[in-house]
Every structure is written in C-alpha cells, then in structure tokens.
Design a protein around this ligand. Sequence first.
Ligand SMILES: [Zn+2]
Length: 64
Amino acid sequence: MQCPRCHGMMVNEQVYTDQGGIDISRCIHCGDVIDNVVIFNRSHPSFEIKKVFRGCNMVASIPV
Ligand SMILES: [Zn+2]
C-alpha cells in the first residue's frame, strides 16, 4: 500500500487499546496512520464539525 500523503511505503500494524486491537496502516516515511475511522472520515468530505464559541451565539462550520 502507498501512503496517500507522501506516496511512501505503508506497513500494517495492530494497535492494542482498552477496547481491543485495531488494525492500522502506518507510513514508514511520514508516520501517517490510517485506520477505519480515518478512511470513513476521508470518504465523507462534506461532513462538518460545528463549533460553538463560548460567550456568543456564533457557530462556525469547520470542513474536515
Ligand atoms: Zn507518508
């Protein structure tokens, strides 16, 4: 697999968390990590996070 950021070589690894093991791909050049959550978020570019600023009614949409 090739890194989408730098086109370097990626290796498959398993990371263990409190909720069990997660399969990830890590770039050996730039360190970019890709897992299922990253793949989902990158495949839904229209998804936006709404951030409400404290003390005012302003809402900002932050494209992901
Ligand atoms: Zn990379």
